[in-house]
Design a protein around this ligand. Structure first.
Ligand SMILES: C[S@@+](CC[C@H](N)C(=O)[O-])C[C@H]1O[C@@H](n2cnc3c(N)ncnc32)[C@H](O)[C@@H]1O
Length: 402
C-alpha cells in the first residue's frame, strides 16, 4: 500500500494531468496500478491530490456557501459504525446470499459501506453496492475531483462501487480509504462513475435498486417520505435510519398499521458526525479533539421490514382497568392510557397509547387501528385526543389481539 501511495503521490506533481479534461467513466483499480490506463489515472490522481490538500479543502468548505441548500435541509448526518453494528447484529440471518445496496453512501466515508465490506464474508453477502450522491458536501473529502480553474469549489462526483469478493484485509483491523482502494484491487470489484448525480431516484440508481435484496442506509431526512415510497414501490427489504416524527406521517403510519414497516431494535439517542459547514448549536452539538463536529438527536430510530426477535416479545401487562384511571376520550370511544407500561391486562376494547408504544409493538399481541392526532391528517387520523376539553399529545389506537 505504501508503494501504491508513493506511486500516485509522485504523479501529483505532474501538472499536465488536469483531471477535468478526461472523461473518466469507468475506473477499476487492479493490480496495484500495474494495469492503470490513461482513463483511470486522473481519477486516482484526483483522489490522492485531495488527500494531500485535504486541510485546505476543509477550510474552503467551511468558509464558502457550499451546498447552502443541503445545509438548510440538514441532511448530512453521518452514522457511527457502532450504531450500525449494534443494530445489524439482530438481522444477521437475513443477509446470506443477498445483494445489499447502500444508496445514499459514499463508500469512502459511509460506515454502512464499511460495515458491509468488513462483514461481507461473515454475512455471506452475494454483492454490495454503494452509490455516492454528488450533492454531498465535503466531509471525508477523500474522493473529489479538483477542477483546474482557480477558486473553483471542490466537487464531489457521483459514482458507484460494486463489491462481489472481499479478500482478507490488510490486517490493520480497520476499513478506511486504503482498504477501500485495497478492495478495488480485486478484479471482481468495480468503481465506476455514474452518468447522473447519484440521486436515489435517478434511473440508474433505480436499476441498481431493482437488482437489490436489502437496502440499508441512513437516507436524507428531508426526503424520508419519498425514500420509503420508493422502497415500497419496488417491494424491497430494508433497514434504514429515520426520525421518530416520521411515524406520524400520513405516508408512513398506514404502513405501520398494515405491518409493512416496523421499528428496529434501537430507538432514541444517536450521535452523528456532521460537516464542517454546520453551525454550532447550544444543545446536542460538540466538537471533538480533532475538530470534528457532532450532533446528537434524541428521537432517532431504525425502520425496517426485516423480522427480528424484539418484535415478538410480549409486553408484560400488570395494571387492571378502572374507568377512573382510564377515562374515555371526548370524541372517540377509546380509553386513554398515559404510558404503554400502564396498558391494562383486562381491557379488550380500543385504547389510546403514546406514540412511544410503537417501539414495543408486537403484532402477535396487539393490532393498530389508527391514530388520534389532529383528526384530519389522513383517513387513519380518527380524532383529536381530548379529555374533558383538555388536549392531549398524539395517541395511537390499539386493541389486544384475541
Ligand atoms: C443522513 S446522511 C447519511 C449518510 C450516510 N448514509 C451515513 O449514514 O453516514 C444522508 C446522505 O444522503 C445524501 N443525499 C441527499 N440527497 C440525496 C439524494 N437525493 N439521493 C441520494 N443521496 C442523497 C446526503 O448527501 C447524505 O450524504
Amino acid at each position: 500500500m505504501v508503494l501504491w501511495m508513493n506511486a500516485i503521490c509522485k504523479e501529483i506533481s505532474m501538472p499536465h494531468l488536469g483531471v477535468g479534461s478526461y472523461s473518466c467513466i469507468e475506473v477499476s483499480i487492479r493490480g496495484r496500478l500495474a494495469k492503470r490506463s490513461k482513463k483511470t489515472a486522473p481519477f486516482l490522481i484526483a483522489s490522492c491530490r485531495l488527500i494531500a490538500m485535504r486541510k485546505s479543502y476543509q477550510t474552503m468548505a467551511g468558509n464558502k456557501s457550499l451546498n447552502a441548500a443541503i445545509k438548510a435541509k440538514q441532511d448530512e448526518f453521518y452514522t457511527q459504525i457502532n450504531d450500525i453494528s449494534n443494530e445489524l447484529k439482530h438481522y444477521r440471518n437475513h443477509f446470506c446470499g443477498k445483494v445489499v445496496f447502500c444508496n445514499c453512501d459514499d463508500p469512502y466515508e459511509s460506515n454502512f459501506f464499511k460495515y458491509f465490506a468488513l462483514n461481507f464474508n461473515s454475512l455471506g453477502l452475494k454483492k454490495l453496492i454503494a452509490t455516492c450522491y454528488d450533492g454531498s458536501p465535503v466531509m471525508g473529502n477523500e474522493l473529489l475531483l479538483q477542477f483546474d480553474t482557480p477558486n473553483c469549489e471542490p466537487k464531489k462526483i457521483a459514482y458507484k462501487v460494486e463489491i462481489t469478493e472481499v479478500d482478507d484485509y490488510n490486517g490493520d483491523g480497520a476499513v478506511n480509504l486504503a482498504d477501500v482502494a485495497y478492495l478495488l484491487q480485486n478484479d471482481k470489484n468495480v468503481l465506476s462513475r455514474l452518468k447522473g448525480n447519484g440521486d436515489f431516484r435517478s434511473p440508474e440508481c433505480v436499476e441498481l435498486l431493482k437488482q437489490t435484496d436489502i437496502v440499508c442506509t441512513n437516507p436524507p431526512f428531508s426526503l424520508f417520505r419519498e425514500y420509503v415510497a420508493q422502497l415500497m414501490k419496488y417491494e424491497k427489504k430494508f433497514l434504514i435510519i429515520g426520525n421518530q416524527n416520521a411515524l406520524k406521517y400520513k405516508e408512513i403510519f398506514p404502513l405501520i398499521m398494515r405491518n409493512q414497516l416496523w421499528l428496529g431494535n434501537k430507538s432514541g439517542d444517536m450521535s452523528f458526525q456532521v460537516p464542517d459547514s454546520y453551525e454550532a448549536r447550544e444543545t446536542r452539538y460538540w466538537q471533538d479533539n480533532s475538530g470534528q463536529k457532532w450532533r446528537s438527536l434524541g428521537n432517532i430510530c431504525w425502520y425496517t421490514n426485516l423480522d427480528h426477535k424484539k418484535r415478538h416479545e410480549l409486553l408484560d401487562l400488570i395494571r387492571e382497568y378502572s374507568p377512573k384511571e382510564y377515562p374515555t376520550y371526548d370524541n372517540y370511544p377509546a380509553i386513554n392510557v398515559n404510558k404503554f407500561a400502564d396498558i391494562p391486562c383486562d381491557y379488550d376494547g380500543i385504547m389510546g397509547v403514546p406514540i412511544t408504544f410503537i417501539d414495543k409493538y408486537n403484532p402477535d399481541q396487539f393490532e393498530i387501528l389508527g391514530v388520534l392526532n389532529h383528526g384530519c391528517d389522513s383517513e387513519f387520523d380518527l380524532a383529536k385526543p381530548t379529555i374533558n376539553g383538555k388536549d392531549l399529545y398524539s395517541r395511537i389506537l390499539i386493541r389486544k389481539k384475541k
